[in-house]
Design a protein around this ligand. Structure first.
Ligand code: A3P
Length: 325
């Protein structure tokens, strides 16, 4: 009996099962046999209990900052290679494997920390993300924030402009969102990053095909801005976290910033200048264009909420749906 050399065998195998060439990491803690052969210094606690999945520009940084004020909650440890977000499940980082991911959640950092989480705002609309998250963290809770998709698109445009992105500097917001498929790749890419994450129903449906609705908590981003204390109270109930933190002692509205900020030694510590930016209001024609563009998506979102008994119908959603003239 002869066999091909290992490399050739592997090539043959992946030709037969092409889907399997894309790895999918399972959880070693879900199987005693796997756990038994695992190194002694690995711990099932070194994984997050919940994820803030985005989308970008909806207030995800404010939310994770507020969450980290809780004595039992900690975000992943920072890493020089990943900057602010780990972006494990959506990007090339996934190929770095499980040990790499787990190194962000050291189980011995602080015995008070019982709830690790990570926030990567691009998870929300990543095609492969729900499947990958479910394979590794099937019992994780997921938190998403929704604002008017039109405003989200505009905020993203302003964000790229502030980062001196060439396309954002050379094209107006209206030119970006109305760019056709014949436009240059750079322009189409920016258009897509402005528009695609805001197709909320389609992304949420993908998450819901892997996770039960009871594991997904949806926050109205406008409420996060105007009444974060209430949002944090609801969130603590959803996460079943103890002790219950009284956020009235930790968050205060800062008139200069125009947002709620963390109370630190009697004064307020707000997020940096790149969060809660000052920029001119969106042109009326862009707003109308986007409300029409998102009409079917927003209608699908209301249907999805109704179908799943989600009672949240945010004010922005009603407004986007009614201002159609
Ligand atoms: P703008 O800068 O366009 O106003 P993210 O952190 O997901 O990138 O979201 C950034 C957005 O968070 C900001 O967008 C801002 O409107 C919103 N936000 C919500 N609460 C905030 C807070 N307390 N401080 C600063 N920005 C906040």
């Amino acid at each position: 009996l002869t066999s091909a050399p290992p490399l050739q065998l592997a090539e043959n195998y992946f030709k037969l099962y092409p889907r399997e060439s894309d790895p999918i990491w399972g959880n070693p803690c879900d199987d005693v046999r796997h756990q038994k052969i695992w190194s002694k210094n690995k711990s099932c606690d070194s994984l997050p209990k919940f994820l803030v999945i985005g989308p970008q520009k909806t207030g995800t940084t404010a939310l994770s900052t507020f969450l980290s004020l809780h004595p039992s909650i900690a975000s992943n440890v920072p890493s020089p290679t990943t900057f602010e977000e780990i972006q494990f499940f959506n990007a090339q980082n996934y190929l770095r494997g499980l040990d790499w991911y787990m190194s962000f959640f050291p189980s011995d950092t602080n015995s008070l920390t019982r709830y690790f989480f990570e926030k990567s705002a691009t998870y929300f609309d990543g095609e492969l993300v729900p499947r990958r998250v479910h394979a590794l963290l099937p019992y994780a809770k997921l938190i998403t924030i929704l604002i008017s998709p039109a405003k989200r698109a505009y905020s993203w445009y302003q964000h790229t402009k502030a980062h001196r992105d060439n396309v954002a500097n050379n094209f107006s917001f209206h030119q970006v969102i109305t760019a056709s498929d014949a436009a240059t790749k750079d322009l189409r890419d920016l258009r897509n990053r402005c528009l695609n994450p805001g197709k909320y129903a389609q992304h949420l449906e993908r998450w819901m095909s892997y996770f039960p609705q009871a594991s997904i908590h949806i926050i109205d981003g406008d409420q996060l801005k105007s009444n974060p204390i209430e949002v944090m109270n609801e969130l603590q109930k959803f996460l079943k976290i103890t002790p219950f933190l009284n956020y009235t002692e930790h968050l205060r509205f800062d008139k200069r910033k125009g947002f709620f900020c963390q109370v630190k030694e009697g004064s307020t510590k707000c997020l940096g200048r790149n969060k809660g930016r000052q920029y001119p209001p969106m042109e009326e024609r862009s707003l109308k264009y986007l409300q029409r563009y998102y009409l079917s998506h927003n209608t699908a979102l209301v249907k999805l909420f109704n179908k799943n008994g989600i009672r949240l119908i945010p004010k922005w959603l009603k407004e986007d749906l009614s201002d159609q003239n």
